[in-house]
Design a protein. Structure first.
Length: 374
């Protein structure tokens, strides 16, 4: 009898506990959006660290517990039934503030149909939630944004493909560009007559881009029509700018003789190469001098010729040995093109020997070169 009484009491207690526990999801929505001011004008600078703070009064949960927040953005005439973007507030969604970068706002503006270099309005409001109960704020506001010339969504990777390229039109063999800065990509390659374009991946149905003069455009194709030439193609998606530079030659500058010894021919695959070239150091009173660097002869898109110098990151160097790190041979742009500074040195073994010299501007590693003693 006592055993059954304990069971009955346990069931009653459990029932009482279950009756006492119920999730209260009732809450009052956000009543007022406090910042930024309605119709505030913002000139977006997505390449900087600039931010905008969206703020609002707290929503009130009936049981005084925690409320979560999201900020919803929509087109100027939208009703938030299908917002173009939503972001959780600061602090993982618990603070009544959202700090949003200009980069994110630029992306939102692009999704809302505001074109590059255009000005348009975005509507925003706050969604407060308690469990499954989501309440939209009782008001919404707008901001007016001016977008820069650039892409709202910058691709993570960029590839070159098309009949004019070294890899042909097979997308799976597209040539990957090197990322040299956030949103900036480049490739050293040859183009023959034909069409080419850029993509954001080498599988499926990628987004495509083309070069039109000095601009990067979404979609379309570019065309090479002046015969096979070697180029550096540089795309800056931050401001939709393209720079097409013809590489007419790369020469080895031998500092002891104050002249170029020879040119290095383009060998394909972003590589310049010369085989079995005799290297002879210059005899000086103090020893044999072996310093060298490179000059790139270029033409811009208007046909204007110029020179670019590449060499060591160090103004002076010792002769390399088997223990010298690979970074010694990395190629760096240098503005000081005097006779001596920022030169490499040939290894001792290269003197009076035939050498292969390879210069690599490939996307898979830092730009570099090698000297192979035969």
């Amino acid at each position: 009898m006592q055993k059954y009484l304990i069971i009955i009491l346990s069931v009653l207690l459990f029932s009482c506990k279950r009756d006492d526990y119920s999730l209260n999801t009732n809450l009052q929505p956000v009543a007022k959006l406090t910042a930024p001011l309605d119709n505030k004008y913002i000139k977006l600078q997505p390449t900087t660290s600039a931010t905008v703070s969206f703020e609002w009064d707290q929503a009130r949960a009936e049981d005084g517990s925690l409320v979560m927040y999201e900020v919803a953005f929509d087109k100027a005439d939208g009703d938030f039934s299908s917002p173009v973007a939503k972001y959780s507030s600061d602090g993982g969604g618990v603070q009544n503030r959202l700090t949003l970068s200009h980069k994110d706002l630029n992306s939102i503006a692009g999704k809302a149909g505001i074109a590059s270099l255009a000005t348009g309005k975005l509507k925003w409001t706050v969604l407060a939630s308690k469990g499954y109960n989501i309440q939209k704020a009782t008001e919404s506001k707008t901001i007016e944004v001016e977008r820069p010339n650039g892409f709202a969504e910058i691709p993570t990777d960029v590839y070159l493909t098309g009949e004019a390229t070294e890899a042909g039109a097979d997308l799976s063999k597209a040539l990957k560009l090197k990322s040299t800065a956030p949103g900036v990509y480049e490739i050293y390659t040859s183009l023959k007559n034909g069409k080419y374009h850029f993509t954001n991946r080498n599988t499926g149905t990628p987004s495509t881009y083309s070069v039109m003069g000095t601009a990067v455009k979404e979609g379309g194709e570019s065309e090479q029509a002046t015969g096979t030439k070697v180029y550096r193609l540089r795309l800056d998606f931050n401001n939709a700018a393209a720079t097409v530079t013809e590489i007419t030659s790369i020469g080895l500058w031998f500092a002891p003789l104050n002249k170029f010894l020879f040119e290095i021919s383009y060998a394909g695959n972003s590589t310049w190469s010369i085989k079995s070239q005799l290297i002879t150091f210059k005899q000086e009173s103090w020893g044999r001098d072996e310093r060298y660097k490179f000059r790139i002869a270029v033409k811009d898109s208007d046909g204007n010729a110029g020179d670019e110098w590449i060499g060591s990151s160090n103004a002076d160097n010792s002769r390399p040995t088997s223990a010298t790190p690979l970074s010694y041979w990395e190629l760096k742009p240098i503005s000081n093109n005097d006779q001596w500074n920022y030169c490499y040195k040939f290894a001792t073994e290269a003197d009076t020997k035939n050498c292969d010299i390879n210069v690599y501007f490939t996307a898979d590693k830092n730009y570099t070169h090698e000297v192979i003693v035969k």
